[in-house]
Design a protein around this ligand. Structure first.
Ligand code: NDP
Length: 335
């Protein structure tokens, strides 16, 4: 058995209240330390998601076993498999299922996982493109699918995207715009990112502050649909300004875990709130989301929202994404 390069989080002694005392470093990891699984993958690309930032910094208890290799998503090539669906050489994608949390994750040259967790890399996407989409983009598509299932179309009215310049937000803006929606992009970085967001297809830029201060239980009806990556008062205001019969897909907590809302939007306007979870989403839904991403996401928009960093640099990027200073998506090149 050999070793492979991996970012490793080790637990230190003590730590203050609410803090996790941990060390994070790039190491040679012993292959014998890989966890159980029926498929071993040579990982070529991963990404930086908000949750990876939480794991890398220890700012929230994302990591549940130590040592941990963080990284919640990867693209790679099957090396060995005893799973009936996979054989050596297959190109695969993985999102969630606890990788980087309870199961050794993606910031490594090698990963051993359950074959049931894998999705085939869509033929139209390169591994780099799949990871430019990553868990953030796949979550944006899960949110769009929920809004479509509600019966909403671009003819229903505008669509709001919050946290628009972030990963989920950027992909959501690009997907909605390409599908013909009038996209209202809410950002806290309008000065720096308005041009970027218009380039992705946003029709209107809304200052984050308009949504982040506590508002009325019901406001002016401004959009028929919303994809929210922020939570807290932003989600409450998004709901309060959703048109009669519209829907909001909630997928994030970048602004907080709370939801200070009332029942007014639900019982007076028939507004629906859909919860979006990417981690344990069933395989048929994952396959549908990846097929739609391969078909519907404009490759030029994807490339415009993507920055690429080598594995060694991802550690320093953790605090950056939590501070809301990351634009769009970050691909991590591993091999
Ligand atoms: P990013 O950091 O890339 O994007 C988050 C964006 O939210 C920022 O770019 C910023 O956008 C905005 N933001 C940040 N801090 C605040 C704040 N205090 N108040 C208001 N807005 C803020 O993260 P991701 O796109 O990777 O993830 C976004 C959220 O979605 C996270 O909470 C993440 O945990 C969640 N998520 C959930 C998934 C699920 O399965 N449900 C899967 C993937 C992500 P701007 O500068 O434009 O205002």
């Amino acid at each position: 058995m050999g070793t492979f390069k991996a970012v490793v989080i080790e637990k230190g002694e003590g730590g203050g209240k609410g803090e996790i005392n941990q060390r994070v470093s790039l190491q040679d990891f012993d292959e014998a330390g890989l966890m159980d699984g029926d498929v071993t993958v040579r990982v070529t690309h991963s990404t930086l998601n908000y949750k990876d930032g939480l794991a890398l910094t220890g700012k929230a208890p994302v990591v549940r076993r130590w040592p941990m290799i963080p990284g919640i998503d990867f693209a790679g090539v099957v090396e060995t498999s005893s799973h009936p669906d996979w054989k050596p050489g297959d190109a695969v994608v993985l999102n969630g299922w606890g990788t980087g949390e309870t199961h050794l994750g993606a910031y490594a040259e090698k990963s051993r996982v359950k074959g049931d967790w894998l999705v085939a890399l869509p033929a139209a996407l390169t591994p780099e493109q799949a990871m430019a989409i990553g868990t953030a983009g796949y979550t944006a598509m899960l949110a769009l699918l929920a809004l479509e299932r509600h019966g909403l179309t671009p003819e229903s009215g505008p669509a709001l995207v919050t946290g628009a310049a972030g990963g989920v937000g950027s992909v959501a803006v690009a997907l909605l715009a390409r599908a013909g929606w009038h996209v209202v992009a809410s950002t806290g970085r309008a000065e720096e990112e308005a041009e970027y967001l218009r380039g992705l297809g946003a029709a209107e830029i809304l200052d984050r502050q308009e949504l982040s201060a506590p508002g009325k239980p019901l406001g002016k009806e401004r959009w028929a649909a919303a994809i929210d990556a922020v939570g807290s008062t932003t989600l409450a205001n998004a709901l309060a300004m959703t048109r009669y019969g519209g829907a909001v897909a909630a997928c994030g907590l970048a602004g907080g875990m709370d939801l200070p809302t009332s029942v007014a939007p639900f019982i007076l306007r028939g507004v629906a709130l859909y919860g979006i979870d990417s981690v344990m989403a069933p395989l048929p839904l994952r396959r549908e989301a990846w097929a739609r991403l391969a078909r519907d996401l404009d490759p030029a928009a994807l490339s415009a929202m993507t920055t690429t960093v080598p594995l060694a640099d991802v550690i320093a990027r953790g605090p950056e994404i939590l501070a809301g200073r990351t634009r769009g998506r970050v691909v991590v090149t591993i091999a």
